[in-house]
Design a protein around this ligand. Structure first.
Ligand code: NDP
Length: 285
């Protein structure tokens, strides 16, 4: 039976370390600060934003919230970002996505100073990651890498198969695995014979968003399985992209859903904010 990779426990451990470092940095006169910008009333976004604020409070990070109406214009939002870019108390700026339709998302993300882009979505940071010299790495894939590190697996020479090629998970996690010397296959909706590709994987990273579409008997014996997918089934149940029970019979280690990758995402946002504050403290010495 597979070992369960406990995302909650790993996240709690990292957050403890973040709280300790934040306290020390604050004592030296630099409190890490995160600005969280929410435009509109999307219920899921509101939940994410309040989880982020709570996580900041628990680790001693200062959070500054901007809850703007759905009617906010693009130029008003760009003005706010401009102000936050030069706000000395702010080390990270997070604009909760999705934005209302009348606002150009990429224009907004590109307006964030790359030095405060703790989500790692600015093309400058995407480029830094792609060229092997990252400044900020996007939080969910960064969390996946921390979990792999925690399983003790050395990716050098391993076959990593990533299913999903989004800008926020699939593509960046593929680049991160490549940087760790894995041989990476990046699959998507047009991949021919996905099952065959998955069967090759020493490490499988699933980020699709389709309930249990990756079957347990596709998993190579002894593989490590990281399931990023979060899919609602019925009223209350959440499942991943991988058929969990069947995959447990073959994998050597696997993340559960919920309690796997989920808790790591906000943790890495805190981590990036702290790193940014450390750079600020370093440059003002
Ligand atoms: P996207 O919808 O942006 O991307 C999904 C990817 O899956 C696309 O690249 C798509 O291919 C691919 N895909 C769709 N159907 C198939 C198929 N039948 N076979 C192979 N590939 C397929 O999703 P995200 O990357 O944003 O998120 C993926 C999942 O991860 C979701 O369940 C989301 O909820 C979850 N998630 C969880 C987070 C966490 O913190 N735990 C954070 C972020 C996401 P194509 O490009 O060809 O369309």
């Amino acid at each position: 039976m597979a070992r369960i990779i406990d995302g909650k426990a790993i996240a709690a451990e990292i957050r403890k370390e973040i709280a300790k470092e934040t306290e020390a940095l604050t004592a030296q006169g630099t409190t890490p600060g995160l600005a969280v910008v929410l435009v509109g009333e999307d219920p899921a976004s509101r939940v994410y934003v309040s989880m982020k604020e709570k996580a900041c409070a628990e680790t001693g990070i200062f959070s500054d919230e901007y809850k703007l109406s759905a009617e906010t214009s693009e130029s008003e939002l760009l003005k706010l970002i401009d102000k936050l870019n030069s706000d000395k108390r702010i080390d990270g700026i997070l604009v909760q996505l999705p934005l209302p339709d009348h606002i150009d998302e990429s224009k907004v993300l590109e307006a964030i100073s790359p030095a405060k882009d703790v989500d790692g979505f600015h093309p400058y940071n995407v480029g830094r990651l792609a060229t092997g010299n990252p400044l900020f790495q996007p939080c969910t894939p960064y969390g996946v890498m921390k979990m792999l590190e925690n399983t003790g697996i050395d990716l050098t020479g391993k076959e990593v198969v990533v299913v999903g090629r989004s800008n926020i998970v699939g593509k960046p996690v593929a680049l991160m695995c490549l940087a760790q010397h894995a041989t990476v296959t990046l699959c998507h909706s047009r991949t021919a014979d996905l099952a065959e590709k998955v069967r090759q994987a020493d490490v499988l990273i699933a980020a699709v968003g389709r309930a249990e579409m990756i079957k347990g008997d596709w998993i190579k014996q002894g593989a490590v399985v990281i399931d990023v997918g979060v899919n609602r089934v019925g009223e209350k149940k959440l499942v991943g992209d991988v058929e969990f029970a069947a995959a447990c019979e073959r994998a050597s280690a696997i993340t559960p859903v919920p309690g796997g990758v989920g808790p790591m995402t906000i943790t890495m946002l805190l981590y990036n904010t702290l790193e940014s504050a450390k750079r600020r403290a370093g440059s003002s010495r």
